[in-house]
Ligand binder design. Structure first.
Ligand SMILES: [Ca+2]
Ligand SMILES: [Ca+2]
Length: 228
């Protein structure tokens, strides 16, 4: 289970051009990918980190336990701790899905994801995640698994896609329907609306559900009629 703090990351796929240089320290405990074009860096800590003899940019072994991503100005935009990853799989994940592919690889399990002081795009990816936005306006996308999401301050945008296999019981703890910090809900799929005490439960035709805590069914229906 990794703990992830996300700063001013912007759109993940704007990160890293693919022109990367890999440096590894002699002890095999720290490795740094530097983007030769932008100066952005990914700092990896772990153990037994080894460079592939076939390709300078690949690892041939080792375990990554923490990851820090810095932008072109050297500011930290993502900090991940408590992970356990086979280093050999990192660059293939990048080649497969750019930097978003790296994040999907790092965050495939059950994670806690938190925003810093900037607006952030917070992905949960696979696994049952706990995602918490900050004071600013955040984009929150839980992905697969059953995720618990809290927007925090600001006007947050939640994106929900039900899964065909019926998995995914998500919860939004602080969805705000009105006022100047009203949140937005973007839903891909058809659903029915049920009252659940003082909460509202959206049940999706393809399986899965989304619980909006502290939102009354009538208030949600009024909101959705105007939003869609
Ligand atoms: Ca998830
Ligand atoms: Ca927020």
């Amino acid at each position: 289970m990794a703990k992830v703090k996300v700063g001013d990351l912007g759109k993940p796929n704007d990160f890293f051009t693919g022109f990367l240089t890999l440096d590894i320290n002699a002890a095999g405990t720290e490795a740094v990918y530097t983007d030769d074009v932008t100066g952005e860096t990914i700092v990896l800590e772990g153990r037994g980190l080894e460079r592939s003899s076939d390709n300078d940019d690949f690892f041939s072994g080792g375990t990554i336990t923490s990851v820090t991503v810095n932008n072109e100005k050297g500011a930290e935009v993502l900090d991940l701790t408590g992970g356990h990853y086979a280093a050999v799989k990192l660059l293939p994940a990048f080649l497969d899905g750019n930097f978003k592919g790296v994040l999907a690889f790092l965050m495939a399990g059950k994670d806690t994801v938190e925003a810093g002081k900037y607006s952030a795009t917070l992905y949960g990816f696979g696994g049952n995640d706990r995602i918490t936005g900050g004071k600013a306006d955040d984009d929150i996308i839980g992905g697969a698994g059953s995720d618990v999401m809290t927007g925090g301050g600001g006007s947050d945008h939640f994106e929900f896609t039900p899964r065909k296999d019926g998995g995914g019981k998500d919860v939004i703890t602080d969805f705000s329907i009105k006022g100047h910090n009203a949140d937005e809900l973007e839903i891909h799929g058809d659903f029915s609306v049920k009252a659940a005490g003082s909460d509202t439960l959206l049940k999706f035709d393809d399986g899965g559900s989304l619980l909006l805590e502290h939102v009354k069914k009538t208030a949600f229906e009024h909101y959705w009629d105007h939003a869609s």
